[in-house]
Design a binder for this molecule. Structure first.
Ligand code: DGL
Length: 253
């Protein structure tokens, strides 16, 4: 039975960057966000583990009556979205590295794609890279450890700055654009810019929100009035963790 909320999931609090855009584009909808922080990071697990964890969460949202589910995680989308779409009869919207808008905006430019090792390894990104690598110099940067570090909060700590230095410092001053191919990374956009200098950033949140709106409208399930509610949940079910989620939901980005 179709319910009347949109489920949004991620491996942790990163998907809140997509949730914020969803709320902006679809202000009348109710959203239930679930972050699987207890199992973060997904981006350094096997494909099978990511598929199983994502499948459990999406299955629960469907059982609870979601009318659509947004997989607000590049890693989980790459590993699980296609098989989940064939399993359920409701819109399942994913997020992918925003390589297309980056290459269209910066033809001939040098573009870093920061993402998890799983996202960069799987077919979805390999195909995307192949589609655009004749238009731009695409440099994939697997960012092991970064999502897990962002999960801890405290985004201006020296150790986080050091991690960013080691991941992207070698490209400082020598890159035109950065694709934030993991939904955690928009929360450290400023910190990345402090390492890289003047670059343009691209992420998949806006495209995902537009696609969610399109699919709900096509099914006649878009709410056009009333104020939507947002519920935040985590698999680390403590007041401290939920306070961190709320902080990420409202902080300046
Ligand atoms: N936020 C997830 C993504 O967009 C990944 C973080 C993780 O490794 O769990 O890829």
């Amino acid at each position: 039975m179709a319910g009347d909320f949109v489920g949004v999931m991620d491996s942790g609090l990163g998907g809140i960057s997509v949730l914020r855009e969803l709320v902006r584009v679809l202000p009348h909808e109710d959203f239930r966000f679930f972050g699987d922080s207890a199992h973060n990071p997904y981006g350094e697990k096997t494909d099978e583990q990511v598929r199983a964890l994502t499948g459990d969460i999406v299955g629960r949202m469907v059982d609870d009556g979601a009318k659509a589910v947004v997989i607000a995680c590049n890693t989980a989308t790459s590993a699980a979205a296609a098989s989940l779409r064939s399993q359920y009869d409701l819109p399942i919207i994913g997020v992918e590295p925003a390589l297309k808008p980056a290459c269209e905006a910066l033809p001939g430019g040098r573009i870093l794609v920061m993402a998890t090792p799983v996202t960069l390894r799987l077919d979805k990104f390999q195909q995307l890279e192949h589609e655009f690598d004749h238009t731009c110099d695409i440099v994939p940067v697997p960012c092991a450890g970064l999502a897990g570090r962002i999960e801890q909060g405290d985004l201006d700590a020296p150790d986080l700055h050091g991690l960013l230095e080691s991941l992207v410092g070698p490209y400082a001053g020598a890159v035109d654009g950065v694709v934030l191919g993991c939904t955690h990374y928009p929360f450290v956009r400023r910190q990345i810019a402090e390492v890289l200098g003047d670059v343009r950033f691209f992420d998949g949140a806006a495209g995902t929100a537009r696609q969610t709106r399109r699919l709900l409208a096509a099914r006649g399930e878009l709410r056009e009035s009333g104020e939507g509610e947002v519920t935040l949940q985590s698999s680390i079910d403590t007041p401290e963790e939920l306070a961190l989620y709320r902080r990420f939901f409202t902080c300046e980005m």
